[in-house]
Design a protein around this ligand. Structure first.
Ligand code: NAP
Ligand code: BGC
Ligand code: ZN
Length: 371
């Protein structure tokens, strides 16, 4: 079968041939429809994040997938069911083609996070992420997955099912944000998304259409005309240019924010967020910037947390229940937004377009097969 992979020493995706995987007990075989591309995929390609499966010289890309069950293999699924896979797998249970090996499952208990059904809370090093770190991804004509990691999708959403995973990321971040404010009545009225990439714009769509935020903003660093600024304004939100309004000056220049959602991966934003917040506000950090040194006034920020009851939470990955709520989000988002955010769906013969990172591209997907 055809797969899209990155080879060791290269920074661009290639099409390779690999044998079709065979499902082990408890796994279904899925025919892949579409796989989305996000900022993380570009970080994986550039070598800034993730890693190859042990002993392998390539990584099959792709973590935002939607597919059709080809062979239920004794699981509760039926052939033809449309499904979305979750990303994390217990390291000791993953074999090189990304599926579980019957022998290793028998020989090894999954670590405590997986045993508790909370893989999204496993610390770095205690999980593999398909298409990102340690396990091959879903950008292949077929993939296998344990049934517990497949979420059913209404068939009418099959074409856009690759958006479920990114929406689930925001579901988890918002759950953690609300949990951190659970000792008092917290009803955020002002909120800003930092970053006008695909995660940022989908999150802004949720602020407007599922979260009921009264005043929402989105921060970027682009000149008009720009398709992302058009989307921000069409959503009824306000565009903020970080070159004119630094994040820590938001309270004076715009307004203090009850909620800040960082999706830039720009490390200074994490700390500027503390000053951007209104008293009792929360900042959710999603970026994965790597080492980045700069000066901050630690004492002033420490005091700001304490005297103004502020919180910062970090959030990564998501749980099956976040995928389930994300499906409801996808149903609630207007068609025009999905059409505007998904700037292209390409075959494996057009990887250059699918992985284009220019300002005209927001969200792309690779199509492996059709229903
Ligand atoms: P993306 O498409 O690369 O979007 C990042 C956006 O941030 C870009 O539009 C970029 O603008 C903007 N940006 C960067 N620095 C900025 C600055 N100083 N001022 C204003 N705007 C700035 O990536 P994505 O897929 O949306 O993901 C966003 C971030 O979240 C990435 O760091 C990714 O690794 C992370 N992420 C984390 C999780 C998680 O589970 N924690 C999940 C998904 C993604 P330009 O395009 O104009 O440069
Ligand atoms: C994925 C998450 C993953 C994170 C860190 C994101 O792009 O959507 O599932 O946990 O990257 O690797
Ligand atoms: Zn992602």
């Amino acid at each position: 079968m055809k797969v899209v992979a990155v080879r060791e020493g290269e920074q661009t995706p290639t099409v390779m041939e690999k044998p079709c995987p065979e499902p082990s007990e408890g796994e279904a075989l899925v025919r892949t429809l579409r796989v989305g591309v996000d900022g993380t995929d570009h970080e994986v390609l550039s070598g800034g994040h993730g890693g190859f499966p042990e002993g392998e010289d390539h990584l099959v890309l792709g973590h935002e997938a939607v597919g059709v069950v080809e062979d239920p293999n004794g699981t509760d699924f039926e052939a033809g069911d449309v499904v979305v896979p979750t990303i994390r797998r217990a390291p000791e249970r993953v074999r090189s083609d990304g599926g579980a090996s019957a022998e290793s499952v028998a020989a090894n208990e999954p670590n405590e996070y997986f045993a508790r059904g909370e893989p999204d809370m496993a610390p770095d090093g205690m999980y593999h992420e398909r298409g990102i770190v340690g396990a091959h991804g879903f950008m292949a004509e077929y993939f296998t997955s344990p049934a517990e990691y497949l979420v059913s999708l209404p068939p009418e959403l099959a074409d856009v099912g690759f958006l479920v995973e990114p929406l689930s990321i925001t579901e988890k971040a918002l759950e953690l944000s609300y949990a951190s404010r659970s000792t008092f009545e917290w009803d955020p009225e002002s909120a800003i998304v930092l970053g006008n990439g695909c995660l940022g714009l989908l999150t802004l769509g949720m602020f407007e259409h599922t979260e009921g935020i009264e005043r929402s903003y989105c921060l970027g660093r682009r000149d008009r005309p720009d398709p992302t600024i058009d989307i921000i304004e069409e959503l009824g939100a306000e565009y903020v240019d970080s070159r004119e309004t630094p994040v820590d000056e938001l309270p004076e220049a715009v307004e203090p924010m009850d909620l800040v959602y960082e999706a830039t991966g720009y490390a200074p934003h994490a700390f500027q967020t503390i000053d951007a917040l209104a008293p009792n506000g929360v900042g959710a950090l999603l970026g994965i910037p790597g080492s980045w040194e700069f000066e901050i006034d630690g004492g002033a920020l420490h005091e700001e947390f304490v005297l103004h009851n502020k919180a910062l939470i970090g959030s990564v990955n998501s749980h099956v229940r976040h995928f389930e709520t994300a499906i409801e989000d996808l149903q609630a988002l207007p068609d025009w937004l999905i059409d505007a955010v998904v700037t292209g769906v390409y075959g494996t013969d057009d990887l250059e377009q699918a992985f284009d990172d220019s300002n005209t591209t927001i969200k792309t997907a690779v199509e492996l097969s059709t229903r």
